[in-house]
Ligand binder design. Structure first.
Ligand SMILES: [Zn+2]
Length: 340
């Protein structure tokens, strides 16, 4: 009996040890250092700049007008997500906004309405005075937060709207297709039909519309793809200087899918520079820096960031396109990012 207990103890001890080893190893693609943009001079306050704030958070600013995509900072832990319910963490959000030097925003734009993009939109709008610009699903997240109707707007599709010197065009694109049908059925092609008051299940945060966002500022043209999905021929004639491209999940798609993503998103805007986004583990707080997903996650979900980067390299380096990885927090002058 005593020996039996001992063996059991060793067994569970071993399993626990293995678990902690597997969640502590985070394979890092070489691309993350190879393409990392070296610090250059900080942009002057009146120059168009971009700042990467993890996942798909991008702050575009010209010193007068400030636009943030997604604004997802809460980053609940894997245990919270698996536990079933998530909610914005206002202390963490306030801290991250401070770190990013954000005091005021003109617009917060959830690129679609899953929790890892839109969950904090109402809170961020409230803290910064931003208008929440998004689909009816994202508006329902704002409503659940208690945002006033005047502080929210559903942008028209395919027609520009203007914010200061920024011209924004929202295109209805498609979300990355989860390989698992059950996930697709729950999370894709549905709207959030009623205000969400957190804590809520991550499955309450339905997709809404997945946008391709086109941004023009003076002569600079920018495109943002917040999820690695595509719709054929929806992007109008638009030649982007720089494309912020979501790469999460490319490794699980077949070659036809990836070729279509390339053709209908990347080649549709023919960027000079391509900046991968949506590559970090969004269950780690930004205060700990950007981390890749661990091997246990990769094994459970078939994730492979090394492969995702290889796909992007394969399809773009031969076209003389530059790939640039942005570090966290640091603002870059857009012109330098495009030209250097
Ligand atoms: Zn999503």
């Amino acid at each position: 009996m005593k020996n039996g207990l001992k063996i059991l103890g060793f067994f569970f001890g071993g399993i626990t040890l293995l678990f902690f080893i597997l969640i502590s190893i985070r394979p890092e693609p070489e691309a993350l250092t190879k393409y990392l943009v070296k610090p250059i001079m900080s942009p002057k306050s009146n120059e168009l700049s971009v700042q990467f704030l993890g996942n798909t958070n991008l702050l575009f600013s010209d010193g007068t007008t400030h636009i943030l995509t997604d604004g997802f900072f809460s980053r609940p832990s894997a245990y919270e997500i698996l536990g079933g319910e998530v909610s914005p963490n206002s202390e963490g959000v306030i801290e991250d906004l401070k770190r990013a030097n954000i005091t005021r925003l003109d617009a917060i734009i959830p690129l679609h309405s899953h929790f890892d993009h839109a969950m904090d939109a109402g809170l961020v709008a409230d803290l910064t005075g931003a208008k929440l610009l998004g689909s009816s699903s994202s508006i329902n997240i704002g409503k659940g937060y208690g945002l006033a109707a005047e502080q929210m707007q559903i942008p028209p599709l395919n027609e520009p709207i203007f914010l200061g010197k920024f011209k924004l065009t929202f295109i209805a694109s498609q979300h990355w297709q989860y390989p698992d049908k059950a996930q697709r059925d729950i999370l894709l092609n549905q709207d959030i039909e009623a205000p969400i008051v957190p804590p809520a299940s991550i499955y309450d945060y339905k997709e809404g519309i997945s946008y391709t966002l086109l941004i023009e500022h003076d002569s600079t043209k920018i495109a943002v793809q917040g999820s690695a999905g595509f719709k054929k021929d929806v992007i109008p004639d638009f030649k982007a200087d720089i494309l912020f491209l979501s790469i999460a999940g490319l490794e699980s798609m077949d070659e036809t899918y990836n070729q279509n993503y390339q053709e209908y998103v990347v080649e549709a805007v023919q960027p000079e520079v391509l900046v991968p986004i949506h590559w970090d583990d969004f269950t780690i707080p930004l205060s700990k820096g950007l981390k890749t997903t661990h091997v246990l996650f990769n094994w459970l979900y078939g994730s492979d960031l090394v492969k995702a980067f290889e796909i992007v390299e394969q399809k773009n380096l031969t076209k003389n396109r530059k790939i640039k990885v942005l570090p966290l927090w640091k603002p870059f002058k857009m012109v330098e990012l495009i030209q250097q």
